[in-house]
Design a protein around this ligand. Sequence first.
Ligand code: ATP
Ligand code: MG
Length: 222
Amino acid sequence: SHELRTPLTVIKGYTETLLDEQNWQDPKMAERILTIIDKEAERLSRLLKDLLDLSQIESSKGVMKKQKVDLKNVVEEAVSLLRGHSEAKNLEVNLIIHGHELRNIWGDPDWLLQMFIDILENAIKYTPQGGRIEIKLQEKGKELLAAVKDTGIGIPARNIPYIFERFYRVDKGRSRRLGGTGLGLAIVKHILEAHGGHVTVESSVGVGTTFSVYLPLAPVAV
Ligand SMILES: Nc1ncnc2c1ncn2[C@@H]1O[C@H](COP(=O)(O)OP(=O)(O)OP(=O)(O)O)[C@@H](O)[C@H]1O
Ligand SMILES: [Mg+2]
């Protein structure tokens, strides 16, 4: 697809510029060109990782390594892995837990971590400096609800039905500046499906967004 071809074209084009026109003899010019090549190579490698993740989940739906997982630990790990990003933007990140016992779900901890990283990464990326992110864990019937709420730019209602599609991004220009490929939520959707879970999105432009992730609770006996 063109998402893969674009960074390759850029890399190829600039490499040729550097070789053909002997631009490498001008160190400033060479540095500028190499910086672009480096950035595009980085984007390409991220894109390939995401695509490999997606095809792996799709082909192995039944064989996730499922076990009893305390979702609080998973969420805490995601928050701490992304702390550098949230602190760089001066965002307040709070984890709120309702109840103590029943936050165990049946799932693959690695994929669940990946899922919360993707959702939290978005909350951080699409929330302006000084904003707030709140993650609430709460039992809802036979499911555990993990709600990730941000005070970010929001998503227009007409775009919400498409955000879980591969490569879909609400504002192409802005999203490109912020980096990323538009695969994060496609991966989230697949991981959730493999866990028998589901997600709902509520958003208000300029106010914020809440992703509500529902996962089946682990049977009490296990
Ligand atoms: N919390 C959020 N607030 C505002 N917009 C969001 C939020 N989460 C997702 N979006 C919108 O949904 C689109 C799709 O999200 P997705 O995570 O799939 O892609 P991405 O973040 O653009 O790129 P990637 O996750 O691959 O780095 C985003 O481009 C953005 O427009
Ligand atoms: Mg994302």
